[in-house]
Design a protein around this ligand. Structure first.
Ligand code: 13P
Length: 251
């Protein structure tokens, strides 16, 4: 049985003060969260603060990106070992904002996935189609291509202890959520594509949905058989909303 995972992606938001308040409020609501594992992915500079605050909380933490390089003259980059130094469990890889705004290719994303796994980090691999691609009937082709780049580089077994996040780009930050049926359709496609190579891995890998998930739509999305959690942007910045999603996980 796959556990539900609710992970917050704070993106480039927060300050020392706002993060302290947010985490205090989330921690104070965790008693009500029975059915889900919970994580937050913070900007690099706040990982030390987050690690100190969450160390005995049962909430895991991670980063939103990493370098594919291990060390050296790569000004401005952050390595997998550095993330391990701050006890990160997760790292988001290939978020659509990194693909579209920072030119990350499928090949680079596959390298970053390899680097994360080699360091013992759990990658949260983001894949998803643009609105124009959906409208052109290309959703499966795009998602399949993004997934295949990672399995060809890393082997399908590398997905067994990884997390995939299906994030339709048209649903990110727009208030337009995929319907539960739309999400389920793509999640099932992703799982089948993995199952064609290894049924055991397909049964194990957690596939999260991301894109305008909120307390009022989380329950229906999380009830879908192939939706194993959520990657939450905007709603992860408000404790009441984030906890509302965490407690929406089915029993
Ligand atoms: P929103 O929840 O703000 O739509 O963002 C989703 C996302 O990009 C999470 O990685």
């Amino acid at each position: 049985m796959r556990r539900i995972l609710i992970a917050g992606n704070w993106k480039m938001n927060g300050s020392i003060k706002s993060i302290q308040y947010l985490l205090i409020d989330i921690m104070s609501g965790m008693d009500a969260v029975k059915q889900a594992d919970v994580a937050v992915c913070a900007p690099f500079v706040y990982l030390n603060l987050v690690a100190n605050m969450l160390q005995d909380s049962g909430i895991a933490w991670g980063a939103q990106n990493l370098s594919e390089q291990s060390a050296g003259a790569f000004t401005g980059e952050v390595s997998a070992d550095m993330l391990k130094d701050f006890s990160c469990k997760y790292v988001i890889i290939g978020h659509s904002e990194r693909r579209s705004l920072y030119g990350e290719t499928d090949a680079l994303v596959a390298e970053k996935f390899a680097t994360a796994r080699a360091a013992g980090l759990t990658p949260i691999l983001c894949i998803g189609e643009l609105l124009a691609e959906r409208e052109a009937g290309e959703t499966e082709a795009v998602v399949g291509r993004q997934l295949d780049a990672v399995t060809q580089r890393n082997g399908v077994a590398a997905l067994a202890d990884a997390v995939i996040a299906y994030e339709p780009v048209w649903a990110i930050g727009t208030g337009k959520t995929a319907s539960p049926a739309q999400a389920q359709e793509v999640h099932a496609f992703i799982r089948q594509r993995i199952a064609a190579q290894d049924a055991g891995v397909a049964g194990k890998v957690q596939i999260l949905y991301g894109g305008s998930m909120k307390p009022d739509n989380a329950k229906e999305l999380l009830a879908m058989p192939d939706v194993d959690g959520g990657l939450i942007g905007g709603a992860s910045l408000k404790a009441v909303d984030f906890l509302g999603i965490c407690t929406a996980a089915p029993a």
